[in-house]
Design a protein around this ligand. Structure first.
Ligand SMILES: [Zn+2]
Length: 254
């Protein structure tokens, strides 16, 4: 993959520095945050992880007869990024953890980015059989988007590794970010949506989880990874109580 500015010209000057920003782009129901994450590296890379809902889905959620949980606190991810001084054209890599509507709704706002996704998830969505992915197909399948398909666990750049965690959907991926000060941070995404779901055998399976056996195997994989890597912090996909304990943008983990 293409690299941009070198370390001496990079955003943070010399030394290995990496920052992880947590941005809330909506709330589902009472308390479930919809996150987007930004990683900024000392090589001048801006890596965005997920993009939240599309404007169309937000509008539909406010229409009479909408049957889902209410969606509140919608802030477009481009606005969250603007508050950090990052324009859409400065996002060089966009990690799509999966193509559910609360994750993939603004992919088309980043036509200059290389979109990194598990091949299995992309092909499942493209097949048209995935009703949830179909809700935002106009966004993630917009003309001109550049996809980079990966197969299984993949080190994207030094310090950022994609972890294949199928089950919620096929080809779902979590992300391990090795931060210089904080240590390894695991973004579980929807492999573990809430801390209460982390229990390997008893943890709840959400109605949105398509394959319970695969999901439990993925949770075991993440638990093994936490031990092996000495993970300092695991951030769950949509955990309101945990979210209140975390540092949110413009603050960051480094
Ligand atoms: Zn989700």
């Amino acid at each position: 993959m293409e690299r941009h500015a070198n370390a001496t010209n990079g955003l943070f000057g010399r030394g290995r520095i990496m920052r992880l920003y947590l941005m809330r782009v909506a709330t589902i129901g009472e308390d479930a945050p919809v996150p987007s994450y930004l990683i900024r590296t000392d090589e001048g890379r801006n890596i965005l992880i997920d993009t939240g809902f599309s404007p169309a889905v937000i509008a539909a959620s406010h229409a009479p007869g909408f049957r889902g949980p209410p969606i509140r606190d919608y802030v477009p991810v481009v606005d969250r990024l603007a508050a950090l001084g990052v324009g859409p054209g400065e996002i060089d890599t966009l990690i799509a953890t999966h193509l559910d509507p609360d994750h993939a709704g603004a992919i088309d706002a980043f036509p200059g980015a290389e979109i990194v996704i598990q091949r299995v998830q992309y092909e499942a969505a493209r097949s048209g059989t995935d009703a949830r992915a179909a809700l935002t197909r106009a966004n993630w399948d917009a003309p001109g988007l550049r996809y980079h398909l990966v197969d299984g666990d993949t080190e994207l750049v030094p310090g950022v590794t994609l972890i294949e965690t199928s089950g919620h959907v096929p080809g779902h991926q979590s992300v391990l970010v090795r931060l210089p000060e904080t240590g390894p941070v695991l973004l579980a995404i929807d492999a573990i949506g809430e801390a209460a779901h982390a229990d390997l055998e008893e943890g709840a399976i959400h109605p949105m989880d398509l394959d319970e056996t695969a999901l439990r195997a993925s949770r075991r994989k993440l638990r093994d990874l936490e031990v092996r890597e000495g993970v300092a912090l695991t951030i769950y996909g949509h955990d309101g109580p945990q979210w209140r304990t975390l540092k949110l943008a413009p603050d960051y983990y480094d």
